[in-house]
Design a protein around this ligand. Structure first.
Ligand code: DHB
Ligand code: FE
Length: 311
């Protein structure tokens, strides 16, 4: 028999008590958030008649998720990262800010401290010989359409097996492989050579994958390259590009694909192009410009200082 008790005064008093609302100590904001989240959870248990077995299966999963360190992996899978982006888009729209280069999620696999290189960088260590050569370049612009000399282009991507350096279970990648900070030249230009990444999949058998499978979903991402773009007087842009032609471009478990972030990939096989690019053989070229937006009243009103790995 299904009963609902959520609205009873004793349950409402209990929610205030567990949230510390009857205590002077602690953080008012923490109390406000926990009171709301616990109220929503109690209500869901009540209205969906969540059984004790279902509840305790959920708790076991949360423990498994924590032991695996995967809270940051399931977060994009459940759309929370994209939802935060949509909220920032809406805040920008309300302020009349037009993001010519769309933002999209950071993901959980950035590592601070990558080597800093002027103008042009090679990202890969040459070990992953399965990858097609990639040359990517473009210009960083401000919202007046002027180039931004000295803009910082932080870039990171995975290898052809879908593994990121510092998070590679096989341990074969050198530190900061496929991670660099490129300083744009006097014309605001950046460029790098690397190899085309493949798609990424959440670890097989992981708690993240188990939940996605329970939802009839998968844990795969299309091939993509991550960026942070920053410069004096500008808001930091967090974005990614997808590799056009990947079959999952519009079926990303992390919901990061956005219009304007799937640039054309041009294949070059002729000797003249190869020589002009200074590369060893046929390569794929991506040209992509980044458009920054200025600080709002002198501040980056959306800067995110989430805890990040550093090496
Ligand atoms: C995840 C991995 C990524 O490479 C990414 O860009 C976003 C999310 C993840 O495992 O959740
Ligand atoms: Fe990624």
């Amino acid at each position: 028999m299904s009963v609902t008790i959520f609205d009873q005064p004793d349950v409402q008093a209990f929610l205030r008590e567990i949230s510390g609302l009857d205590k002077p100590d602690g953080s008012p904001r923490a109390k406000q958030i926990i009171h709301r989240l616990m109220s929503d959870l109690f209500k869901a248990i009540d209205e969906l008649d969540i059984t004790p077995d279902e509840y305790w299966a959920g708790i076991a999963w949360v423990n498994e998720l924590g032991i695996a360190g995967q809270a940051g992996l399931i977060s994009p899978g459940l759309g929370l990262d994209h939802f935060l982006d949509l909220r920032m888009d809406a805040q920008d729209a309300a302020l009349g800010i037009d993001n010519k280069t769309p933002r999209t999620i950071e993901g959980p696999l950035y590592v601070a401290g990558a080597p800093v290189v002027q103008g042009h960088a090679r990202l890969d260590d040459g070990r992953d010989t399965d990858g097609q050569l990639l040359l990517m370049h473009g210009t960083v612009f401000n919202d007046a359409g002027q180039p931004v000399p000295g803009a910082q282009v932080e870039v990171w991507h995975c290898d052809t097996r879908g593994f990121y350096s510092h998070f590679d279970p096989t341990g074969v990648q050198a530190p900061f492989n496929m991670r660099r900070t490129i300083i744009a030249d006097q014309q605001g230009r950046y460029s790098f050579r690397s190899i085309l990444p493949n798609g990424y999949g959440v670890p097989p058998g992981s708690p993240t994958e188990k939940l996605l499978f329970a939802l009839g979903r998968h844990g795969q991402r299309p091939a993509h390259i991550h960026f942070f773009i920053s410069a004096d007087g500008q808001r930091k842009l967090t974005t990614q590009i997808n590799i056009a032609g990947d079959p999952l471009v519009n079926d990303d478990f992390a919901h990061a694909t956005r219009d304007g972030l799937v640039p054309e990939v041009v294949e070059h096989g002729d000797a003249a192009s190869i020589a002009a690019a200074g590369l060893e053989g046929p390569f794929a070229e991506i040209v992509f410009d980044f458009h920054l937006t200025p600080l709002v009243q002198g501040e980056d009103n959306q800067i995110c200082e989430r805890p990040r790995a550093a090496a």
